[in-house]
Design a protein around this ligand. Sequence first.
Ligand SMILES: [Zn+2]
Length: 244
Amino acid sequence: MKKLLFYFFFIIILIFTMPIIFTNKFKTEEVVSEEVKEEVEEKFDYGQYSNIRLLHVDTGEVENMDLDTYLYGVVSSEMPANFELEALKAQSVVARTYTIYQIKNGGKHFPVADICDSSVCCQAWISKEDRLAKWEENLRDEYWNKIVKAVNETKGKFVLYHGEPINALFHSNSGGMTELSINVWGGNFPYFQTVETSGEDAYTSYSSEVEISKDELIKRMLEKYSNFKINFKDEKCIEILENR
Ligand SMILES: [Zn+2]
């Protein structure tokens, strides 16, 4: 009889607790699937860009290589290896983003290549062999490992705008303030805005001086503005209207 009562209570308890157990189980599954969905939506799929076709400007040869190998050559060429590791990592993220943007949007060398190795055209690149040869022998391992670490530790990281890689142009020095892209190339990119960039004044090329004769100034201005006139006797003939 006692055994029967025990089973009776066990079944009653089971009837009341089963819906709770199942409801909780389903709730948990729902939450998990939502989290996974969000993660997938936010993650940029870059797997398809794991190889690039690099054009060597000097020889005209197009070389295929994997993205990371290419980035080691870019970062070690664009930034001195004795810079802070975090700076090299930032450079890695920007170089990766710029590269993917070029591939995705058919850069200057499409369809022959994805990108070239010239800093004045796309972004600089140097082979490991040439790079090592330019460093002092006792620093070679340390420097190369630092570059590899910077690229590897930022693997899969990009600068995105509305889920797409930005045209991540970069410079070594902007003279204290960046310029709107529309004033430089005419392209209007919403993520390129004028911002102050403090801390650049220690850079050796932060400011420069150019000396020009009066005649040369008139000649150059007339080339651009045919109705240009100037009276050098007037103290205010040249005025700084805006500091940028
Ligand atoms: Zn190029």
